[in-house]
Every structure is written in C-alpha cells, then in structure tokens.
Design a protein around this ligand. Structure first.
Ligand code: ADP
Length: 208
C-alpha cells in the first residue's frame, strides 16, 4: 500500500448506520468441513433475522468464488487470499451496519484469526459447524466428496488438505447431532445473550 494513502474518516460512520437500522452490526463467521451445514444453517438464521426486521447479508463461499475470488484456486496461498478478501468485505458490510453472515470452510486458524483481528472488538462471532467427516461424506450434497475420493478434485479439505478446528469458537454446533432448527435456536440464544437481538425474541418451533 502506498504511504501516501491516508484513511478518510467520514461523518456517517458505523455507529450512525447501525443506529439507523436499530441493530448491532457484527460478523457471524461459520467455519467447518464442506457439507457440514454452514450454508444451510447460515441461510436459515438469515431468514429468521430478516423476518424479524434485521438487516443482514450472507456471504457464501461458493458464491464469492464465482465473482470476487474467481481467480483463486485451492492451494494454501489461494485459500488464505480468499479468506483475506472475504474478511475485508465482511468488515465493510459490518461497517455498513449489517449483521453479516459468512459461510466459508476457512480451514486455517491463522486466517480466521486475521479476520477477527481486523474487526472492531466483539464484532466477530466464530461458529464451528462441527459435523464428522463421515457425516459430511454421506450428505455430499454437491457430489464433491465422491469426486475427491476418485481423485478428480485435489486439495479437498478433510481428504488431502487439512482442517484446523477452532479452539475457542463462540458457538460450537454439533451439526451431526442437531437439526437445522436446533442449530438456529442455539445461535439465536447466543445472539440474545450478547445483546445483539432486540427484546422479545422467541426460539423457532419447527424445522427451518
Ligand atoms: P456447507 O455449506 O458446510 O458446505 P451445506 O449447507 O451446503 O454445507 O450442505 C449441508 C447439507 O447437509 C445440506 O444438504 C443440508 O440439507 C444437509 N443437512 C442435514 N442435516 C443437517 C443439519 N443438522 N445441519 C445442517 N445441514 C444438514
């Protein structure tokens, strides 16, 4: 970065934008193996939050790889750059006052920590979507494990590329044991506990 680029502090800042939306912006970061349920759970949570009048945006790993990160592949360096870019975008979205959900395998602890560190304090919530590899392999909604097993996809997380489990995730979802609705309720309870939700929230009753 050029030394001559100086940060411009605008009058309309995160606080003003958040106040206008009557909400506390933050980034809810879902990490876990492919097919563990990140997108499904994040999407179900976003649906509830939107329905309850919150302003949200869901950044989804597969989707950003079609645009923002279409030049990146799955080497360790490219995965790192993928998460760096997405982290910066998530930061901008939170700065815009949005409750931002991000669903990315994000296999490396250091990369997730970097995103945590660029965000203001208490605005990064790490959610470990923890489903056993065998469960993910059985689900295989996109047929990716089958392809990885056949050697058609290289550097597949959990097969021939590592996944570093979070050590201190704010929320740990046992996604092999709970329903999507239970996972969403666990998240709502956490968001309630840390005062992100307005008064009067209720857990959802049925499958999301
Ligand atoms: P990821 O985003 O982690 O790659 P997806 O959400 O795309 O995972 O896929 C998870 C798949 O598992 C979906 O087809 C979803 O319907 C299914 N599934 C079954 N049970 C659950 C559960 N308890 N939580 C999340 N997903 C589940």
């Amino acid at each position: 970065m050029s030394n001559n680029v100086v940060w411009h502090k605008h009058v309309v800042d995160q606080e003003v934008r958040a106040e206008q939306k009557s909400q506390r912006p933050l980034v809810i970061w879902f990490t876990g193996l492919s097919a563990s349920g990140k997108s499904t759970i994040a999407g179900a949570l976003e649906q509830i939050l939107t329905h309850q009048g919150y302003h949200t945006y869901l950044l989804d790993g597969d989707n950003v790889r079609h645009g923002l990160c279409s030049d990146l592949h799955f080497s360790d360096a490219d995965r790192k750059e993928n998460i760096r870019r997405v982290g910066e975008v998530a930061k901008l979205m939170a700065d815009a006052g949005l409750i931002t959900l991000a669903a990315f395998i994000s296999p490396f602890r250091a990369d997730r920590r970097l995103v945590r560190e660029i965000l203001p304090e208490h605005q990064f919530v790490e959610v470990f979507v923890d489903a056993p590899l065998d469960t993910c392999r059985d689900r295989d909604p996109k047929g990716l494990y089958a392809k990885a097993d056949a050697g058609e996809i290289k550097q597949f997380t959990g097969i021939d590329s590592p996944y570093e489990e979070p050590e201190n995730a704010e929320v740990h979802i046992r996604a092999g044991d709970v329903t999507v609705a239970e996972a969403v309720n666990q998240l709502l309870a956490y968001l309630h506990e840390v005062d992100v939700l307005r008064a009067g929230y209720e857990p959802i009753q049925q499958e999301a």
